[in-house]
Design a binder for this molecule. Structure first.
Ligand code: C5P
Length: 211
């Protein structure tokens, strides 16, 4: 099977030296890419800026901004069987990027933000690949994950509770709940991200066969 996996954060430039980003380390996405390769699948890994070495057998596409990730995902989808959108793509970006470094002043500075293009929502409704989205939530995880499953055009949502510092963003461990379109729910309890990734790849493959 052919996997496209996105990982890491995006950076949305404010001026030539400043950007908006988030705490995503890319560990979960890289672990999913490795687990799929271990099982003999082909992987295109579309990665934001992270401090990790990609699995040797992956074809890696490095991106920085949400717009670059959008283009890279659409460019990679032609022969995909499974898209795993694990990246923490920024939801907002500066309305404009200053050409010169913004000078420090004594008064408050407001930054206008506009929504980024939502990659999941931009995918065609009729398609022949399986789409997995991620939801990092600090509250009401199940409610928000089910909403994302409906509104974000995914076949499966993997939710992690990032309010707990022992799992989720930056951590080496994670605990996830998987929500499927038919109302089914599966839990993978706290474990190293490599182990979670192997379990996820198995569930993705089993579930994608039913679609
Ligand atoms: O809405 P939220 O950002 O919480 O949704 C997370 C899911 O949506 C992740 O799978 C992420 O990769 C994806 N996403 C996207 N395009 C964006 C923002 C998030 O596809 N602009």
């Amino acid at each position: 099977m052919k996997f496209v996996v996105t990982a890491g954060p995006t950076r949305e430039p404010i001026d030539p030296i400043r950007f908006l980003s988030n705490r995503s380390s890319g560990k979960m996405g890289y672990a999913i890419a490795s687990a799929a390769i271990e099982e003999g699948h082909e992987v295109i890994l579309i990665s934001g800026p992270v401090a990790l070495s990609p699995p040797v057998a992956a074809r890696v596409i490095q991106v920085t901004t949400s717009d670059e990730m959008y283009e890279a995902v659409h460019g990679a989808l032609a022969k995909t069987d499974v898209l795993v959108m694990c990246a923490a793509v920024a939801d907002y970006k500066p309305a404009a990027t200053a050409k010169e470094k913004i000078k420090k002043r004594d008064e408050a500075l407001s930054l206008e933000l506009v929504p980024t293009r939502d990659i999941l929502k931009s995918l065609p409704k009729t398609r022949d690949y399986f789409v997995v989205g991620f939801a990092a939530e600090t509250d009401d995880v199940e409610k928000h994950a089910r909403e994302k499953l409906r509104h974000k055009n995914c076949n499966m949502i993997v939710a992690n509770d990032v309010s707990d510092s022992a799992s989720g963003m930056e951590s080496d461990e994670n605990a996830v709940t998987i929500f499927l379109g038919d109302g089914e729910m599966k839990k993978i309890s706290r474990a190293p991200k490599e182990k979670i990734a192997r379990a996820l790849v198995k569930i993705i493959l089993e579930t994608s066969k039913r679609f």
